[in-house]
Design a protein around this ligand. Structure first.
Ligand code: FES
Length: 157
């Protein structure tokens, strides 16, 4: 059974596929289009997308699980991504992660029950001079400590 996509999404998928000489080349843009409408890519959507692109479902699964920007479950309103790479780890990312887990009451990869916050770790955010740092959706925050975390969370309504 195919997912309940809007007519506009179905039209956009067809337009994207038509831009490529081979259907399979449209896989990433189609995944982005679907995720924009649904919030994530479910196993049923993987099968549906595989079908329209003439791919084996395992090929779609490989791509979905490889790219961290492709979500397998919807995120909360605020996606808190803490850098866990070298500079940030050396300057206290572990403490920041533990504090966020405690404050939000969730583990890495989880979303709060009210769907407000999702918590992830990521590789270098390219802001090492402000380590330790994190992103909330598309905003960067650096030079983190517990007080700054408190202020950041309090500002997110
Ligand atoms: S190591 Fe954290 S931003 Fe580069």
């Amino acid at each position: 059974m195919s997912p309940e996509y809007s007519e506009l999404l179905r039209q956009r998928i067809a337009e994207v596929i038509a831009r490529y000489p081979k259907k399979e080349a449209a896989l990433l843009p189609v995944l982005h289009l679907v995720q924009r409408e649904t919030g994530s890519i479910s196993p049923e959507e993987e099968k549906f997308i595989a079908g329209i692109l003439d791919l084996k479902p395992i090929k779609v699964r490989e791509v979905v699980t490889f790219y961290t920007m492709i979500l397998r479950q919807p995120l909360g309103k605020y996606h808190v991504q803490v850098c866990s790479n070298l500079s940030c780890t050396l300057l206290g990312a572990g403490t920041i992660i533990d504090y966020l887990k405690e404050k939000l009451g969730i583990e890495i990869g989880q979303t709060t029950p009210d769907k407000k916050f999702s918590l992830s770790t990521v590789e270098c955010l390219g802001a090492c001079e402000q380590a330790p740092c994190l992103m909330v959706n598309f905003d960067y925050y650096g030079n983190l400590d517990k007080e700054r975390i408190d202020r950041i969370l309090a500002s997110l309504t």
